[in-house]
Design a protein around this ligand. Structure first.
Ligand code: HEC
Length: 142
């Protein structure tokens, strides 16, 4: 578990490093390549993975992007991330199950920056966020 946490943290850190470098000083000609690499590290469906079951991909996306805070089960609970104590919500409640897909997607896209959840709209594609909503429905038993 700790090893997994570290490798997730490393992957996220690397992703930020790549994004920053890209914004800071990438000439336009290089941007295309760098963008491709950055997208690959967020587990964007690669051509070879296209055949992979969407739900398996969604579970991978959840593991990489959400599990540190919301736990495998989606039940969340107090956790320290990057030295900050936060209390990610249980996303499997009836209240959450009653929210529309669009609403859940907007939570993922915009995050809750004041409460410790980052916005994902610049990190994940629309299709990836749609897949994540499907994974949340699965966690909700829907
Ligand atoms: C760094 C920690 C962190 C990560 C990573 C994170 N979240 Fe969150 N999330 C939170 C916190 C904290 C809240 C509670 C925000 C609040 O109370 O306003 C939250 C709230 C939510 C909510 C709304 C729950 C409610 O009751 O309103 C949803 C849905 C959600 N997260 C889904 C996700 C998904 C899907 C991912 C991965 C793409 C993700 N989160 C990644 C910390 C995180």
């Amino acid at each position: 578990m700790n090893v997994l946490k570290i490798s997730i943290t490393t992957a996220v850190t690397m992703f930020f490093a790549v994004s920053c470098a890209q914004q800071a000083n990438q000439p336009a000609a290089n941007t295309a390549n760098t963008t491709k690499a950055a997208n690959a590290s967020t587990a964007a469906p690669a051509p070879t993975a296209a055949a992979k079951d969407e739900m398996a991909l969604a579970a991978d996306l959840y593991t990489v992007n959400c599990m540190t805070c919301h736990k495998d089960s989606g039940k969340g609970g107090p956790v320290t991330v990057d030295g900050k104590k936060i209390n990610p919500d249980d996303i499997t409640t009836e209240k959450m199950a009653a929210k529309s897909d669009e609403k859940l997607k907007s939570y993922i896209a915009d995050g809750f920056p004041d409460d410790g959840m980052p916005a994902f709209k610049d990190k994940l594609s629309d299709a990836e966020m749609v897949s994540l909503v499907k994974h949340i429905r699965k966690l909700q038993g829907k």
